[in-house]
Every structure is written in C-alpha cells, then in structure tokens.
Write a protein that binds this ligand. Sequence first.
Ligand code: ADP
Length: 483
Amino acid sequence: MKENYDLWINGKWEASETKDRIEVVNPATGKVFASVADASTADFKKAIDAAEKAYYEGPWGKSTPAERSKIIWKLADLLEAHADEFAEVETMNTGKPLETQCKPVDVHDSVDNFKFYSTLARDTHGIVAGEYVEGITHVFRHEPVGVVGQITPWNYPLQMAVWKIGPALAAGCTIIIKPASNTPLTTLMLGEIAKEAGLPDGVLNIVTGRGAKGEILATDSSVRLISLTGSSGTGKRLMELASSTVKRVHLELGGKAPVVVFKDADLQKAADIITLGATFNSGQDCTAATRIYVEEGAYDELTKLVVKSFEAVKVGDPLKSDTDMGSLISKSQLERVSGFVERAVKDGAKVLTGGKQLTEFGDGYFYAPTVIVDAAQDSEIMQQEVFGPVITISTFKDEADAIKLGNDVIYGLAASVWSSDIGKAMRVSHALEFGTVWINNHLAVASEAPHGGFKQSGFGKELSLEAVKEYQITKNIAITTEA
Ligand code: ADP
C-alpha cells in the first residue's frame, strides 16, 4: 500500500489535474492513514478516452478468450500472492475483522471470483449458426458491450470491485471503475497487479473521487454500460442520467432481508445464523438479516436465543484474531444507525439488547449488536435499510401472513426461510419476491450462483455466468450463401 495515491489511468499512475485530496480514515481508530485524489470530470474523461482507445485500437479488442482467461487467472494468482497485504489494508480501511472476515472472505473469495471468471472467459456456449431463410446463414455473436463504467460501494470494497471487473474482463470490455470515496485503497492496489498479470494498458482504469464526480460515467456517450452497487437514491439518479445516451444500466441497490422462521425450524441454528447474518461486516450488507418474522408460538423461545447469541458477539479491535465484529464504516454511518434506533424507540419499539454506541474502543465507530421488538410493520425501522447490526423481531400467524409481511417492503434482494418442512419452505421461497432466498441458511454466496435484486433492489445479476452476459451484446450476422 502507498500512503498517497494518484489515479490509475492507461496502465500508470497519473496525477489528478486538481490538487484536491480525499483523506482515508481507519474507522476502528478514527485516524487518517492515507489519501487519494478527488478526480475532476477531466480526469474521468482521460480515463474514458484510455478505455476507449484500449477497446477499439489496443490488443484487448482482438484478444481471444484463451488470452483473456490466462490474464484473469494470473491476476487471481497475484492477488493470492499479495493476500495478506490486501487483507490488512481492507481491515484498516473498513474496520472489519482481519482473521474472520478480510482474509477468509474479502480476499479469499475475490481470488476465487477471478478464477471463476477466468474459466467463464472461455465459456462460449450459446453461439449458434443456422439457416432460417433460404440462402442465408445467420451467425449470432456474443460481443463485449464495449467501454463500461463501474461504481462500487464501501461495504465490500475489494469484492465488489472484483465482482464487476471479473465478468467485464471475461466478456472483453474495457473499464473505468470508481470505488467509494472512503474505501478506495484495495481497488487502487489492483491496478499494478493487473498490469503485472499482462492486462494491456487502458483496459482497467481506476479513478477515485467523491460521489457525484462519477456521474460522467453515466452521461458520456462513449461509455456503453453503467454498473452501480450502492444506494437506491444513487441508482435512481444514474438511471435517469443514463437515459440521455440510452446506456445499459446494471444496478445492485439496497435490501431489507426478511427471515421467516416457522415453529418447526431448528430454532438454535436459526438464532446462530440470524446473529451471523445480522452482525457480519457489522450488518453493513444489503443481504443482511434484518426483519425477523417468527411464527406465533415460537416467538419467546427464538427471541431468547437470539438475544443470547447477539450478546455473545465479540465486538472490538479488528486486528485481534477472536473478534467477530469490528466498527461501522464511518462517523456518519454511526450517526445514521443510532438515529434509526432512537426513532424506532420514539415510535414505540423496545430495545432488548444493544441500542447504543460502544465507546470503550477509543475513537472508533463501534455500535452494539441490537435487537428490537414491538416495531410496527409500517414503521421506519421495518421499512428502511439501516445498514448496521440491528434487527427487529415480530410474529406471523401462518404461511400466507409470512409471505405478505416478508414481501411488504420496496426491496427484493435477499430473504431466508427456516423450516424442517421442505415443501413449506419451497412454497414460501417461491412466493417471496427476492433475488436470493436461502432455506435454513442466510448469507451464503458462491461465484457460480447469480446474485441480484427484484423490485427496487435493482436489476442485472452479479456472479455466475449471468454476470458475464450483462457485459455482452448479441449481434446477428446474416450471410448470403447463394451462388
Ligand atoms: P452509500 O449509502 O453506500 O454510500 P451511495 O450510493 O452513496 O451509497 O454510494 C455508492 C457508490 O456510488 C459510491 O462509490 C459513491 O461514491 C457513488 N455515488 C454516490 N453518489 C453518486 C452520484 N450522484 N453519481 C455517481 N456516483 C455516486
């Protein structure tokens, strides 16, 4: 890691044309430890030009699937070789535990993702040719969409970058990626190893800047697709901006995952996984377990188990090997989470455990794992995304009621169903309008399995072959074969 980063454009570090900097803070200590450039629109334009040149004139446009596959695999190998450094920087930049999260998940799974996309670069199935009109042979080509803009959030900085860069490279696109302004480091660190892996200059450009600076990626006519993982507000804004050039839009936005627990479920297992699902990455996860609905009759038992399990979560120094949960990402996120809980209490809800900032860890932004009950279904805490280690527990009467309550939010990213009756679990999972529904599980993700939202959680998949398809466009070539 360097202390002060420039922009990664056309295969080298380029100073921003402005002198504006963004300070990078360690949220577990509240201390600044690095800085990056706050790029101007002209800097973004330079990166777009580099990506355009690399796509239309550079070797990437002519690369074979085998060549792309080899480079992506090498990139995975180099990331693995630098795994400890990437994990340490991710911990410093996000406050999440090094041993239990950054090493085994953020970095390990990113290596796996790149390897997976390396293999998909060669998966050319589905390209067909046929004679549908006499004297003409049709050939359907799956071409890269071209230059793409990608904007990532702060909750999984490296992983979200890899989830976007991997399929775009596999498809043959060139990229301008803008990480979240408070967590830019591990994305910037990918620049040099991508070059070392043999990625031609200009294929991957990494530009840092505060929020709205990235809007040019949605408006510039050379950019063919804009992909965002972020808030619903930013998604709506980018979708609106993208309409001026009829740009493809790929959005992974907020979530408010319901967890539907039937009486016949293994309640201890449900409580343990609800705890993990709500406190992993301090609950700053759009698939986090947030709204727990338990069948009447099992409420007291499940609530007791969940509270006990929440109180056993070890919160603290992310560098200590036995820490389960680190800090929140920033002071403003701490204020946001506190505000949600305070307003829920004002609205009549009750806090069973947590509900406060933890101040024993110095100036870091720590918040206690929090269980709330007696919240109304239409209250803010039940309807809006908190993005902190906070859950509500409430009851449902029967299957139909569980489905109605589960679906009663604007979001549709992820949900889970808990029951020992597989038929019932399948019926409910089918009726829940969410992109991922776990049965007797919550949070599990695999490179092979599509991830993406329904409703206002966005559209377009990440992970799996479907992610590569997002970065491809089908061309029909009709060849006259008559003599
Ligand atoms: P969060 O609440 O997670 O910060 P945001 O949607 O604000 O969600 O941020 C997600 C990503 O979108 C970040 O990289 C952020 O800088 C970027 N972003 C925020 N606002 C805009 C905008 N108006 N145009 C382009 N990118 C934006």
